[in-house]
Design a protein around this ligand. Structure first.
Ligand SMILES: [Zn+2]
Length: 436
């Protein structure tokens, strides 16, 4: 080894030491990543035209940022990245944490470092929020990018997610006419992840603001359409470097990406055309499913999919403020392994659900649950009262429960575009999901 080579080897050693030190902090290991970079996967225009195919992965997003927004393959939910974790808000607003292999057709992420910190008070709408943010952008230069992180408690929130699409994919505006779901929430605490793009970005993204929301307990979220809050904490991160990756696939080359999609983008992002929820809930079963998934299923060992089932004993719908549903409620969490949904956890929760009719649908307000062990019989008798015998019959009807479970899985798999044909309990043979 000559001196020159030794010197080079020493320099490499020092360089690698440096890398090692960096990897122990939250900073990117890859030296080519500039933390002032906005990393974009594909273009919003391609997504609008129906390019919902894999372009990147959750793992690659994590190499290029710890904060951002986007969506998932087949537009199966909204992507929210906060503090380095990628969350997936699916059609019912519940949150999954996809693994690093999950495919991404479109996203924008960055390593978030706040440059500007400010509090806003008494924000009454999303337009007012944008107005306040635009003041800051105009003072600091409106021809660059800004990521924004907003934390706080919100008096009202209006957000949406959507059902996964099936091939052949329709353009996004068309898909959203029927397949988005809306959520009106009150008194939620959480984080808004937002991005501002300058005007000249309207061929690659959209100009102006785009926000996603995730609740503090990471159980609910979506694409934000409106909000109000007495006080929010706002952090802005100015970005001056832009990096974009595009798919190499032949089918991507077929898209006419110079086509003006701005009207469709505006409609999909702000929901002006569909300002009244197109899917007003007409019954309370989605509300029951949301409750069982978010409040019960999440307490069990986590799976990729939570699918509740219910055997209803009796309902009393006379009071819209307190609809009562007595039943045997089950929650199962599954992981998809090949084409089989393998059950990882779950359990039975008989009791009485109290449901309130809201402007756009229904929400569960309380759940009187039958307790375990020696408390089982007395609490079951108390909660079910004169319906106790009917409950006992349903509760012991294993066959009916299995039928309801299989049907529930069939609906879930269809609605979410999941490639599963069987399900399986630990130690038991797999069973067919009745798809058709
Ligand atoms: Zn969005």
């Amino acid at each position: 080894m000559n001196f020159k080579k030794l010197f080079f080897a020493l320099m490499m050693f020092v360089f690698l030491l440096g890398c090692n030190q960096q990897s122990s902090t939250n900073q990117p290991v890859n030296q080519t990543v500039n933390t002032d970079t906005l990393f974009q996967v594909s273009t919003l225009q391609a997504l609008m035209q129906g390019y919902y195919y894999p372009v990147s992965t959750v793992g690659e997003l994590k190499e290029n940022g710890n904060f951002g927004i986007g969506c998932f393959e087949a537009v199966n939910g909204e992507l929210i990245m906060v503090d380095g974790v990628v969350y997936q808000a699916i059609h019912d607003s519940s949150i999954l944490v996809p693994d690093n292999n999950a495919a991404i057709p479109y996203a924008t992420v960055t390593f978030f470092n706040s440059d500007i910190n400010v509090d806003f008070e008494n924000i009454s709408s999303i337009d007012e929020l944008k107005e306040q943010l635009n003041k800051i952008v105009n003072e600091n230069g409106n021809n660059v990018f800004y990521f924004v992180r907003i934390d706080g408690s919100f008096d009202t929130l209006h957000y949406r997610s959507e059902y996964a699409q099936k091939e052949p994919y329709k353009p996004l505006a068309k898909a959203m006419e029927t397949d988005q779901t809306f959520f009106n929430k009150e008194n939620e605490t959480g984080t808004i992840v937002g991005l501002y793009c300058p005007d000249f970005m309207d061929k690659l993204n959209s100009s102006g603001w785009h926000f996603h929301f995730i609740r503090e307990d990471k159980q609910s979220g979506g694409h934000l359409l409106n909000l109000s809050s007495k006080k929010i904490t706002v952090q802005l991160d100015k970005k001056t470097t832009f990096k974009m990756i595009l798919p190499e696939e032949e089918k991507f080359q077929q898209f006419q990406l110079a086509k003006d999609m701005s009207k469709d983008i505006h409609e999909v992002e702000t929901n002006t055309k569909y300002s009244e929820p197109s899917k007003k809930e007409t019954n309370y079963f989605p509300a029951i499913d949301r409750y069982l998934t978010n409040s019960i299923g999440s307490k069990y060992a986590k799976g990729e999919h939570c699918v509740p089932i219910h055997s209803i004993v009796r309902v009393d719908e006379r009071d819209a403020e307190d609809i009562k549903v007595w039943g045997d409620f089950w929650v199962f969490n599954y992981n998809l392994v090949g084409d089989t949904l393998e059950c990882v956890s779950g359990g039975s929760h008989p009791g009485l659900l109290h449901i309130r009719q809201t402007e756009n649908g229904f929400e569960v307000t309380a759940f009187d649950q039958v307790e375990d062990g020696s408390r089982y019989l007395p609490t079951a008798k108390k909660i079910f009262g004169d319906k106790f015998n009917a409950f006992k019959i349903i509760n012991s009807d294993e066959k009916n429960r299995e039928r309801l479970r299989a049907e529930g899985l069939a609906t879930y798999v269809k609605n979410n575009g999941i490639a599963a044909t069987k399900y399986k309990d630990y130690g038991w043979p797999e069973k067919q999901i009745p798809l058709n």
